[in-house]
Write a protein that binds this ligand. Structure first.
Ligand code: AMP
Ligand code: ZN
Length: 481
C-alpha cells in the first residue's frame, strides 16, 4: 500500500481554475514566503463545524507547505459588515461592532479548540484602512469603465466588460442572458449578473454607513476580500482557498475586481474544499442542520476528536458528519495514543541502543501522500499501517530502543501537520493557584473590587477563573485578547 508515493516528487495541487492537478511552482520562494489568502467567517453567528472543515483543510495546507520547508504568509479575513451582520445587529438592537465582537471572540476560541494554526493576520472589513482601499478600487474600476453607478445609487461591476468573467466557475454568461429572467427589482442593473461593489445606504442600514464619492453606503462582500487580500499580500497571491460554495460568485467576482484594478493575474492556485454534509445535505445555517464546536463538546467529545473527524477525509471529497464518525475518531486516536505509549516505554530503555535489522523504519510515504494534492486519507493509511506493523513487532517483544526512537522522531515530524497528540496533563502554576485562593478569600469578604483585580492578574498570567456550581475553577485563558 502507498508504494506509489515513493516515486512522486513534487507537491501537486488541484487548481479549480484549470480543473487540473498542477505541479506547485512557488514564485521566488528564496526571497519571499508563499502568500495564502483564505476566506474567513461572516461574524453574524457562531461558525458551524462545516465552516471549520474549510479552516481545517486550510490549516492542513499551511502545515504541509511548512513541513516541505516553505515559509507561509497567510491572511484570513473576517466579514464583519454585510447584509447578514446588519440584519442580526438590528434584530437584537445593538450596534454592529458590539454584535459582531462576540462572534469574533467565539471564532478564535473555536480555532484554538480545534488546534487550527492562527493566520498571520485576520483583517476586518470595517477597518478604515480597508474601507479606504475598497473605495479606491471601486473608483479605479469606474474610471476604467468596469463599473457604473446605477439609478438606485449603488455601484455595480459591469461583467460584460471583463471577458474572463466566468472562467473560474466555468460558467457561460450567454446562458444567463438567454433566460431573460431579469427580476423587476434588478432593472437598475445593466446585466442580471452585475454584482454590487458599493451598496447605497437605506434606512434599514441604520448608522452602518461610510462616505464615498457615490454617496454614503457600505461595501459589497466581494470587494472586501479583493481589498484586504491585495492590501496585505500584494497584487498577486500564490494560493487562495475557500469552500466550493465560494467559487461562484464570490471568487469569480474577486478575480474580476482585483485584476480589473491591478491588470495582473490575481491568484496562481485556487483551492476549494468539498462540503461537510449532514444526511447528504450541505451543513448550513440556512438549512438549520448545523452543529457548532460547543454543540459537539457538550456531548463529551474533545476538540482533538473533532479535529481528527474533520481532517481525516481528502478535502475534495464530501464528508458526512455523524456521531458514529466521532466515535471512530475517538477509537483511532486511542490507537495512536497506545502506540505512542508503547514506543515511549521502549525508547526510555537506555540499554541496547543498536537497532535490530528486522524492525521496519518509517519511510517518506506520509509526506509524499500529502504532496499528492494533500491526500490525507492515504497519509493516515500509512500511519495506521505502520502502527499495525510495529505493534506486531511489540507483540513479538522485538522492538528495540533505537527503532522506537526513530518512530517517535517521525511522529514528532508528522505531528507538526496533524497536531493530534493527546493534551498534556494541565499543570497550574503555583502563583496562579495562590492568586485564585486570595480571590476566594476577598470574595468571602465581599471585596468585589479586589476580586476583579485578582481576576485580571490571573488573566494576565494566561489563566481564567470560571465560577461554576462546584465553586471557582481555573482554566487556560480562551479569549483572544
Ligand atoms: P461563510 O461564513 O458562510 O462565508 O463561510 C466561511 C467558509 O466556510 C467559506 O470558505 C465556506 O465556503 C465554508 N463553508 C460553509 N459551509 C460549509 C460546509 N458545510 N462545509 C465546508 N465548508 C463550508
Ligand atoms: Zn472572501
Amino acid at each position: 500500500m502507498n508504494r506509489r508515493y515513493h516515486t512522486v516528487m513534487a507537491l501537486r495541487l488541484f487548481n479549480t481554475y484549470s480543473r487540473k492537478i498542477e505541479e506547485f511552482e512557488p514564485s521566488n520562494t528564496a526571497e519571499r514566503p508563499i502568500k495564502v489568502y483564505t476566506c474567513g467567517p461572516t461574524v453574524y453567528s457562531r461558525a458551524h463545524i462545516g465552516n471549520f472543515r474549510a479552516y481545517i483543510f486550510e490549516d492542513l495546507l499551511q502545515r504541509h507547505l511548512e513541513l516541505r520547508g516553505y515559509k507561509v504568509d497567510r491572511v484570513m479575513n473576517i466579514t464583519d459588515v454585510d447584509d447578514k451582520t446588519i440584519r442580526g445587529a438590528r434584530e437584537v438592537k445593538v450596534p454592529l461592532a458590539r454584535f459582531t465582537e462576540q462572534f469574533k471572540q467565539a471564532f478564535f476560541q473555536d480555532l484554538d479548540t480545534l488546534r487550527i494554526k492562527r493566520a498571520d493576520e485576520f483583517p476586518c472589513a470595517t477597518d478604515s484602512r480597508f474601507i479606504t482601499r475598497m473605495i479606491e478600487m471601486i473608483g479605479t474600476l469606474i474610471a476604467r469603465g468596469l463599473a457604473y453607478q446605477a439609478d438606485d445609487q449603488s455601484v455595480y461591476f459591469r461583467i460584460n466588460k471583463f471577458p474572463d468573467y466566468g472562467e473560474l466557475a466555468h460558467f457561460d454568461l450567454t446562458q444567463l442572458q438567454s433566460t431573460g429572467r431579469v427580476k423587476h427589482d434588478e432593472y437598475e442593473k445593466e446585466h442580471i449578473g452585475d454584482f454590487a461593489l458599493w451598496k447605497a445606504w437605506n434606512e434599514e442600514d441604520g448608522d452602518v454607513k461610510w462616505d464615498s464619492p457615490w454617496g454614503s453606503g457600505r461595501p459589497g462582500w466581494h470587494i472586501e476580500c479583493s481589498a484586504m487580500s491585495t492590501a496585505l499580500l500584494g497584487d498577486q497571491i500564490d494560493v487562495h482557498c475557500g469552500g466550493v460554495d465560494n467559487i461562484f460568485p464570490h471568487h469569480e467576482a474577486e478575480i474580476a475586481q482585483s485584476e480589473g484594478v491591478t491588470g495582473k493575474k490575481f491568484v496562481r492556485y485556487w483551492l476549494h474544499c468539498a462540503h461537510l454534509l449532514v444526511d447528504g445535505q450541505k451543513m448550513a445555517k440556512s438549512l438549520g442542520n448545523f452543529y457548532t464546536v460547543p454543540d459537539v463538546l457538550v456531548r463529551g467529545y474533545t476538540g482533538r476528536e473533532l479535529r481528527y473527524a474533520l481532517l481525516r477525509v481528502h478535502y475534495r471529497v464530501p464528508l458526512n458528519f455523524t456521531w458514529e464518525g466521532m466515535n471512530e475518531a475517538r477509537e483511532s486516536l486511542a490507537r495512536i495514543d497506545q502506540w505512542l505509549a508503547r514506543l515511549r516505554e521502549v525508547a526510555r530503555k537506555a540499554n541496547a541502543q543498536r537497532s535490530r535489522p528486522n524492525v521496519q523504519r518509517p519511510t517518506t510515504a506520509f509526506e509524499y501522500a500529502l504532496d499528492d494534492d494533500l491526500n490525507i486519507s492515504a497519509a493516515f493509511g500509512y500511519l495506521f499501517e505502520s502502527i499495525r506493523e510495529t505493534n506486531r513487532v511489540f507483540d513479538r517483544n522485538e522492538m528495540d530502543p533505537a527503532s522506537a526512537t526513530a518512530w517517535l522522531d517521525w511522529w514528532k515530524q508528522i505531528n507538526t501537520v496533524l497536531d493530534l497528540e493527546a493534551e498534556a496533563e494541565i499543570v497550574i502554576p503555583p502563583e496562579v493557584t495562590q492568586l485564585a485562593k486570595q480571590r476566594e478569600d476577598v470574595r468571602r469578604e465581599k471585596n468585589w473590587k479586589r476580586s476583579d483585580q485578582l481576576r485580571e492578574q490571573i488573566l494576565e498570567l494566561g489563566w481564567e477563573v470560571r465560577d461554576t456550581k462546584q465553586g471557582p475553577k481555573l482554566a487556560r485563558r480562551t479569549s483572544s485578547k
